[in-house]
Design a protein around this ligand. Structure first.
Ligand SMILES: Cc1ncc(COP(=O)(O)O)c(C=O)c1O
Length: 294
């Protein structure tokens, strides 16, 4: 596996990160996960733009232009010959003796690598279980920062209860998943939390909102409560790796019929159809023929 670090493409045993890296000490950095479908990067531009925005929000200088970052992630894909998987790209503020305030004139550290993984076909087809968890994270969830302890704790709590994803609830309101955005469907209307400081504005979330528009599904970006979520006809969560995963239970209570719903299916089919690499490779057919009837 070839890694990227600070301008060089290296073998794993050649990549070294300092214990004084502020990412290691403080989680002082930002990151992105970019999907690869059949050898091609998906929505890379949007991810890189968000990376730059996240860096700006934590007042960190980005050492590369968006074009250079694009070349780096492309090379990680080709060098590692990844067909299905993702690129992980992270930028930390740099290396300095441990003091909280920003040290002067340090260089950000950029690390990237590629991961081979399959699409989560089982959960895409059968649906997944969610567990509600109190959202105790900070109030800048719009930043894709390395500070993920709140997310990690929530995901583990969900796993401990046999669920695949946590559903964050803050002040009684449903916010997002531990590593995903969430959507509910009630009486044909698609509901999701507005893009503000309480959630990360997911790239997949944006794709889904566009697909809903194309399909003439009415959308309301507004907050809803956990009891309202439980009363939805359909529910799903979205992320780069989870794509559009139907949530068939929340806290062990079935949502709608307790199976992936028809509008969720419609959005999944539309999602596949807008990825040229998937259409070309026949992955769409696989989903449609194997999945429960919509
Ligand atoms: C907290 C959180 N919300 C939402 C998302 C979904 O973002 P995206 O669709 O860009 O992967 C993620 C992805 O990791 C996340 O960690």
């Amino acid at each position: 596996m070839i890694y990227f670090k600070d301008g060089k493409f290296l073998e794993e045993d050649e990549v070294h990160v300092s214990v004084n890296d502020r990412g290691y000490a403080f989680g002082d950095g930002v990151y992105e996960v970019i999907k690869i479908y059949d050898g091609a990067l998906y929505t890379a531009q949007e991810h890189l733009e968000r990376l730059i925005e996240s860096a700006e929000k934590i007042r960190m200088a980005m050492p590369y232009t968006i074009e250079e970052l694009g070349e780096i992630i492309q090379k990680l894909q080709t060098e590692n010959e990844i067909t299905m998987g993702h690129i992980y790209l992270q930028v930390t503020r740099g290396v300095a003796p441990r003091v909280h305030q920003f040290p002067e004139s340090i260089q950000p550290v950029v690390v990237g690598y590629a991961v081979e993984n399959e699409r989560p076909m089982h959960y895409l087809q059968q649906g997944a279980a969610m567990k509600s968890v109190e959202d105790v994270r900070w109030l800048r969830c719009d930043i894709k920062s390395l500070n993920l302890l709140g997310n990690v704790m929530a995901k583990q709590e969900a796993f401990d209860h046999g669920c695949q994803e946590a559903l964050f609830v803050r002040n009684g309101l449903v916010r997002e998943g531990s590593s995903s955005n969430v959507f509910g469907i009630k009486d044909g209307v698609l509901y999701t939390h507005p893009a503000n400081n309480f959630i990360l504005n997911g790239i997949t979330r944006r794709v889904v909102l566009q697909l809903a528009k194309n399909l003439n599904i009415p959308v309301e970006e507004k907050e809803f409560t956990l009891p309202q979520a439980l009363e939805m006809d359909e529910f799903f969560y979205t992320s780069t790796n989870a794509e559009i995963t139907p949530a068939v239970t929340i806290d062990q209570q079935p949502i709608g019929q307790g199976v992936p719903g028809p509008l969720t299916r419609k959005l999944q089919v539309a999602f596949d159809a807008q990825i040229p690499m998937l259409v070309a490779s026949g992955n769409v057919e696989e989903r449609e023929s194997n999945g429960p009837a919509s």
